[in-house]
Design a protein around this ligand. Structure first.
Ligand code: HEC
Ligand code: HEC
Ligand code: HEC
Ligand code: HEC
Length: 313
């Protein structure tokens, strides 16, 4: 080996080592650890989840009418659990470590909505050391704990837009890692696109795993966050729809419905004019802790025929 190539090799190795040294574990790509990681500490939430379709679906959905037909239509495996185009929404994959192979054990679960937990799970309940109790946590530590776990991907209950974005990754037949063509094929083969999905209606009923009743202002903010997430998801999806008219029309309907629901929200005008994730987040910041129940209260499910299904009304 010539001197210059040894020199080059040394330089290359130096770059490689530096790259490793600069990769702190806090920014490692997050992965889902699975329900067992959450179950013991969050027993009550777990029990509620066990009573939902997100749980029971694991045993049933592949037996539903059209399941095999839809799976084959997109050109993948007949078995939904082995078809990557079905797995992303119908099941949650979990792994023991970043290198381990993902395993499918349940339907959509905690981390599907609250975020893959490998980076935030160890820090979100740490009040400042092993023996520090919640009451003894300093205010500085608390705000750092909340900010750090949020940065690492935890969607707290106080983050309605992030939670709504996660619902929309599955409810709406739109998701960046699946092409518009594949979705159009699924829709054509009979996959449902549930236009009635609305986050307040779908979260405050049987699914609700929180003790405190939400106030009218909280529900209104959740509703607005849900419409914003729907508008952004539908706009992106209709742009990727390609030539398929049925899929494009379904996504345009989602976008129009969301715009109509947001039109009485003064902070929503920029988002309606130009739907994007950045504009949605700006709108939520502008709303802050504001009360929009006057503006959208009449649209909330508690005001309509679905109220019997809602524990919170
Ligand atoms: C060792 C116990 C423990 C484990 C394990 C644990 N949690 Fe937690 N979790 C807590 C505690 C305690 C809190 C309350 C933190 C606080 O006081 O701010 C919490 C808070 C949360 C919150 C925020 C609640 C809010 O008020 O917004 C969510 C969401 C959550 N956990 C989800 C999970 C999920 C999902 C898992 C599994 C990946 C998990 N937790 C694992 C103890 C745990
Ligand atoms: C973008 C997320 C997403 C993808 C990808 C997806 N599904 Fe679904 N699927 C859903 C949702 C959400 C529902 C429930 C719709 C509703 O609200 O009624 C559903 C419902 C179904 C149903 C009806 C279930 C019933 O209870 O009647 C079948 C069957 C189904 N999906 C099969 C598939 C197959 C097969 C694939 C893979 C080719 C697939 N899905 C991919 C999100 C998805
Ligand atoms: C389908 C999505 C979804 C799933 C699955 C889910 N959550 Fe949640 N979770 C939410 C939403 C949405 C909220 C906040 C709703 C609100 O504030 O009105 C929430 C709130 C919470 C809170 C705050 C409770 C409080 O009293 O304020 C905790 C803790 C929590 N979830 C833990 C879990 C755990 C643990 C699991 C799994 C056993 C789980 N969640 C499964 C969507 C989900
Ligand atoms: C990982 C994907 C995924 C996420 C995230 C998700 N869901 Fe689901 N959800 C599904 C699928 C798939 C079904 C349909 C299961 C079936 O039909 O077998 C479903 C069904 C439901 C149902 C039952 C509907 C019925 O017809 O009985 C409710 C309610 C629901 N989801 C609410 C929510 C809410 C609210 C959120 C966000 C806070 C959310 N989901 C997030 C995938 C998801």
């Amino acid at each position: 080996m010539s001197v210059s190539s040894i020199g080059r090799l040394t330089a290359l190795l130096a770059i490689l080592f530096a790259a490793f040294a600069w990769t702190p574990s806090a920014i490692a790509k997050p992965f889902s650890q699975g329900l067992k990681t959450c179950q013991d500490c969050h027993r009550d939430e777990y029990k509620v989840w066990e009573g939902t379709k997100h749980f029971s679906s694991y045993r049933n959905v592949h037996k539903a009418k059209d399941a095999k037909k839809i799976a084959v239509a997109v050109g993948g495996k007949k078995n939904m659990k082995r078809n990557k185009d079905c797995v992303v929404c119908h099941y949650s994959s979990e792994r023991k470590s970043a290198e381990a192979k993902p395993k499918i054990k349940t339907g959509p679960s905690c981390e599907s909505c609250h975020g893959a937990s490998s980076n935030w799970e160890p820090i979100h309940f740490d009040y400042g050391g092993k023996n520090v109790k919640r009451e003894a946590e300093t205010a500085d530590h608390k705000s750092k704990r909340i900010a750090d776990s949020k940065h690492a991907g935890l969607a707290w209950a106080s983050m309605p837009y992030d939670l709504a974005v996660n619902c929309m990754k599955c409810h709406g037949l739109a998701r960046p890692e699946i092409s518009g063509e594949a979705f159009a094929t699924m829709l054509g083969a009979g996959h449902p696109i549930n236009q009635s999905f609305e986050i307040v209606l779908f979260s405050q009923g049987k699914m609700s795993h929180w003790l405190q009743k939400r106030s009218a202002a909280q529900l209104a903010r959740l509703f607005v966050a849900g419409q914003a997430a729907k508008l952004v998801s539908a706009t992106d999806a209709s742009a990727s729809a390609g030539a398929d008219q049925q899929y494009k029309a379904a996504q345009m309907k989602r976008a129009e419905d969301a715009k109509a629901a947001l039109k009485s929200v003064p902070q929503a005008s920029a988002l309606i004019a130009s739907p994007s994730d950045a504009n949605a987040r700006e709108m939520m910041d502008a709303i802050g802790a504001g009360d929009l129940s006057g503006a959208v209260g009449g649209l909330l499910p508690c005001a309509g025929p679905d109220k019997e299904n809602l524990r919170q009304c």
